[in-house]
Design a protein around this ligand. Sequence first.
Ligand SMILES: Cc1cc2nc3c(=O)[nH]c(=O)nc-3n(C[C@H](O)[C@H](O)[C@H](O)COP(=O)(O)OP(=O)(O)OC[C@H]3O[C@@H](n4cnc5c(N)ncnc54)[C@H](O)[C@@H]3O)c2cc1C
Length: 439
Amino acid sequence: METKRKREIVIIGGGFGGIKTARMLAKADVNITLIDKTNHHLFQPLLYQVATAALSPGDIAVPIRGIFSKQKNVRVLLGEVTEVLETQKVVRLKDDRLIPFDTLVVACGAKYNYFGNHAWEKHAPGLKTISDALNIRERILISLEKADQTESPEQRQKYLNFVVIGGGPTGVEMAGAIAEIAKRNMMRDYNNFSPDETHVYLVEAGPRILNGYDDSLSDKAVEMLQDLGVEVLQGTAVTHIEPERVFLEEGVIESPNIVWAAGVVANEVIGSLDVETDRAGRALVAPDMSLPNHRDIFVIGDAVHMKDKEGNPLPAVAPVAMQQGKYVANLIKNPALYEAAVREPFSYLDKGSMATIGRARAVADIRGLKLSGFLAWAMWSVVHILFLIGFRNRLHVFVEWMWHYFTYKRGVRLITGRDEVTDEPGASDDLMGAYRGKV
Ligand SMILES: Cc1cc2nc3c(=O)[nH]c(=O)nc-3n(C[C@H](O)[C@H](O)[C@H](O)COP(=O)(O)OP(=O)(O)OC[C@H]3O[C@@H](n4cnc5c(N)ncnc54)[C@H](O)[C@@H]3O)c2cc1C
């Protein structure tokens, strides 16, 4: 007797959306191929803690293969998708391999938007991968070393300036964490300059940081950042960036530590799809997350533009990607739902949003309940620990946070001589060069 061929499900991306989809299909009678260009799933919400020496990369990243070692219907494929050929129903990898599918779930995420100023990317790196986080960490640590070795306060000022561009949750968290380092944590280790000499700037072009949060929480966040010593420049657009210099509408800030956290744009894979996109290149999908002309191809997570019932765009956050992954997996598992002429639309359940500020404070909006300060931070901590994948990671992050909370010390302050950091031209080169090739 001929055995029925199993449906081939291909998922592009082992981020929040892709992993959720594959996990929700654990008991489904399908073959899943999960393709990612890296071998790990990355918990991006805590990347800034790697960049600011609080956590190690292994605390927030897990091998995708490890996640699915017990799920026998998943094949993990390390490879970069370059193109989707809808009519042939195959995806093409960078090495030209073709992977066939019956159903495709595109969950390839987004990248930072430099609004056409591609040259800025080198001078103001974004925080998206482990490599980005380690580069930023390296720059901060080298800058402090350089400041320690520069006698003249005028000449060392730029090494003590830190600029974060973009006042969304990532920018706010990053600025708060840098202020902790630059004004408190590590200062006892440096004798030749004072914490008062350090300046942390958070630059936001819009009228408010944490746009999308209630105004009261945005104001609270400004207050807490200022308490930590961050200079919050709202309504201030960046006009140009060059090595170690950020030009604002009024004035210039000199600094080798410039971090970009302003807006995202969709991944290139979306450009190869037969679908209209918004200005950020995100796919405009049907209410069931599929492409309007291809009901076997779904796009989820940061790569998609979708509105809620009130017509507001859904935010680019992990819960949206995960709920969309769950929704698509549910369609795939249920032939009646999948084959329905008109499928039930996806609907997002907003459970709230949070952003942490410094060592033990945060703002949170939990379905209308607005919290700030320590209680919000405690909730933020619990939620982030719970969402981390892997018991070892949860335990380790918890221990690190407790250690950091009680001792004020950041554990992971290693300069390891990464080549990418040394590429940056400018006055920091001499010292950076000294580390080149040492490890
Ligand atoms: C620094 C930072 C902080 C954040 N903080 C928060 C937060 O506090 N709370 C929150 O809810 N959200 C936060 N987010 C947003 C959240 O991480 C994203 O919304 C979420 O990751 C989106 O999930 P996704 O599955 O769409 O994409 P991702 O999780 O980005 O996954 C995409 C995957 O696709 C892979 N990929 C990309 N292109 C290809 C290709 N061509 N071929 C093969 N594989 C490919 C990538 O390697 C990656 O593994 C943060 C994001 C960043 C960058």
